[in-house]
Ligand binder design. Sequence first.
Ligand SMILES: *Cc1c(COP(=O)(O)O)cnc(C)c1O
Length: 423
Amino acid sequence: MPVTALPADVPVSSYGPDLDVLRRQDPEIADVMLGEVRRQQDSLQLIAAENFTSPAVLAALGSPLANKYAEGYPGARHHGGCEYVDAAERIAVDRATALFGAEHANVQPHSGSSAVLAAYAALLRPGDTVLAMGLPYGGHLTHGSPANFSGRWFDFVPYGVEPDSGLIDYEQVRELARGRRPKAIVCGSISYPRHVDYALFREIADEVGAYLIADAAHPMGLVAGGAAPSPVPYADVVCATTHKVLRGPRGGMILCGSELAERIDRAVFPFTQGGAQMHTIAAKAVAFGEAATPAFTAYAHQVVEHAQVLAAALAAEGFAVTTGGTDTHLITADPAPLGVDGPTARARLAAAGLVLDTCALPYGDGRGIRLGTAAVTTQGMGPAEMARIAMLFTLALDEDPERTARVRAEVRDLAGRFPPYGR
Ligand SMILES: *Cc1c(COP(=O)(O)O)cnc(C)c1O
């Protein structure tokens, strides 16, 4: 696939690291990368798990910290020369604990899945019973998928949502907990648009003597900005990603109380990971610093407001919005009333430059669409744009190629008016 070089009107310098050196040495990869940069800029990124990191985060990621080996933890490394990366990790840990009010933070997990793996390794033995949201209802792969280590090594018992409301069936959670006596209960999902009742999960876990693990990969950025309830006071262990609403680099983290700190740290290194990625840890520190600002608090609240506007507008267009709306950045909806299923909708929307995912629906076996407002809000869009995006959805679902081309042009224009890295 021939990828054209970045057009002259897109400012390469605004992506953080200087790309000219890559362009000169390896035009093949530079072209691919600039093609992706351009794709991100001239379509709308509505994937609920995505966002645009800041140029400062990108600068830390593309820095010589990537060269440094640092197995172990600050002050206790298996390699020499760690004085600067130790400082970076200490700052990241201090910022994370302050931001989320946690006693302990481990910022080394390479991804959200690695964080969950380490949490299980710290608290469970192979064969233990674990209660988690079933995959058809929005459970993550690490919540017991047979294709994942979790489903292979543990005995996962799935709970679901009420078919009519789409809300977590807490009574079912309580009954399954009483009947199966799990060692741990996992709360958190890839597609649940409502707040999780962490206090109720805590109560159920206490009743049966189970650990409570919150996998808050999605809402953690909202938690940082005070726009969603925090799992930290309730869960024994909180796992999260740093790259979703939180707007940091691709990676994971774990928060816990001091009593589990040593077990969690040993479960990350040396049990499930080797050397930490110090450039990513520095970038996480930058993101935690950004998330502690009033501007980020305002951002987190805007993300939710925009999702609520978009959900209401999609409902007005005829989409069956799951749970009737959202408390978060995330919306799931069934496009069936408009005559298409989720996969068809995703393909037609993508052809118009509206990029999102499909997801399971709480009823039947059909698939819906899943989207979020984190990235478009980072770009500076507002409620008016959300309402327009919902209308563009309906227009794009029409199979007429001419209409798709018109929507594509409008999407390009809209995206161009809100460049994620400025002009
Ligand atoms: C995104 C997500 C993960 C995994 O994150 P990766 O970085 O892709 O491994 C795990 N659990 C939940 C609930 C998530 O939403």
